[in-house]
Design a protein around this ligand. Structure first.
Ligand code: 13P
Length: 258
């Protein structure tokens, strides 16, 4: 199975800088690598970048979020189908920054997953506990709760279009990474959850990404874990050199098991 390394640019860059970053990443990603690279720039740049991007079959584009509603009178929203219509192939859903800073409830996250799948997008569903939940030992319960809500009603066939991203909130943008063991332990639990609900084959085929202060210096160790299938990268995705080094670390981790 191919890994995924996805760059979440969050709310960073102006158009000229976004274009420069896209060009540098496109040039650096090998077309015969073992990793699918996904770029999630800010929404205002998506359409132009998708059109301008040099042909590279290893790279595809993602939205950082989408509406849970279909088209209609929802000022400021954009639908999953709109993203699909401009050539975007996936969308991040339920990022902790959306949940915590913009009040996205479990119900809204589930609506967005439904919308993404109905529109033909891959849903990159984010989950993860906060520091209090980790320290009190409630982290597994919290993550499984999030997945239970968000994936309610998702069929076996649809699970082929679901990617999960475990992003412990205490590791996002803090420089504090989950240890490789902590990541593996949670990823394994997530895979078991998928197995219980959709069976062993789907569990084995679902890619589970790690996110949270992932950088060139720690990516190799994290990606070497058996249940980690790549990463969702924030800060380090804003530098082409760092991001490409993380893509290389992913390729390397797969070569070692081949
Ligand atoms: P950082 O890599 O900056 O910690 O962000 C991770 C993240 O939130 C990716 O979605």
């Amino acid at each position: 199975m191919r890994n995924i390394v996805a760059g979440n640019w969050k709310s960073n860059k102006l158009m000229v800088e976004a274009r420069e970053l896209m060009v540098a990443v496109s040039k650096g990603v090998s077309i015969d690598g073992l990793t699918d690279v996904i770029l999630a720039p800010p929404a205002p740049f998506l359409s132009a970048l998708v059109l301008e991007a040099p042909e590279n079959k290893s790279i595809s584009w993602a939205g950082q979020q989408c509406s849970g509603y279909e088209m209609g009178a929802y000022t400021g929203e954009f639908t999953a189908s709109m993203l699909h219509s401009i050539g975007v192939r996936s969308v991040l859903i339920g990022h902790s920054e959306r949940r915590d800073k913009f009040g996205e409830s479990e119900e809204m996250v589930a609506m967005k997953v439904r919308s993404a799948l109905d529109s033909g997008l891959t849903a990159i569903l984010c989950c993860g506990e906060n520091l209090g939940e980790r320290e009190s030992g409630g982290h597994f319960t919290r993550v499984m709760e999030q997945l239970t809500h968000a994936l309610h009603g998702v069929s076996e066939t649809e699970m082929a279009d679901v990617v999960l991203a475990y992003e412990p909130i205490w590791a996002i943008g803090t420089g504090r990474t989950a240890s490789a063991d902590q990541a593996q332990e949670m990823h394994h639990a997530i895979r078991e959850f998928i197995k219980e609900n959709w069976g062993e084959m789907i569990a084995g085929n679902t890619r589970i990404l790690y996110g949270g202060s992932c950088k060139p210096s720690n990516a190799g160790e994290i990606f070497a874990q058996p249940d980690v299938n790549g990463g969702l990268i924030g800060g380090a995705a804003l530098s082409a050199a760092d991001f490409l080094a993380i893509v290389d670390a992913s390729d390397q981790s797969l070569r070692e098991i081949q």
